[in-house]
Design a binder for this molecule. Sequence first.
Ligand SMILES: [Ca+2]
Ligand SMILES: [Ca+2]
Length: 119
Amino acid sequence: MSHKKLVYLLAVGIMFFISSILFSVLAVDSVKNMSAFVSAPQDCLWFVGDCNKSNSLSLPDIICLVDHVFQGGPRPVPICLGDCNNTNTITLPDIIILVGHVFRGQPKPPKDLDGECCK
Ligand SMILES: [Ca+2]
Ligand SMILES: [Ca+2]
């Protein structure tokens, strides 16, 4: 094997070695970023139905929902603050569920586990 061929093969080998290290570093980094994105703890701030963000469910929350549904008042943000049946809309059944909990001792509206209302 000639000296030129040997130098050429050595250079190709070194380049391959360096590129494989760079690739693995980048791949590990992107996997770390992806897993951080997937498993990032989300903000769990509110109770479903806590329309006035008081950290409790009571009459003012019902009034807040009634105002939105029947009077055109502002929609609670995030929507899970008023979406007591997890339909992604706020309508009369949501109010009925909240009234049932506040005045009749029925269970709390179910948590919105993939949203901000997971308390
Ligand atoms: Ca409240
Ligand atoms: Ca709803």
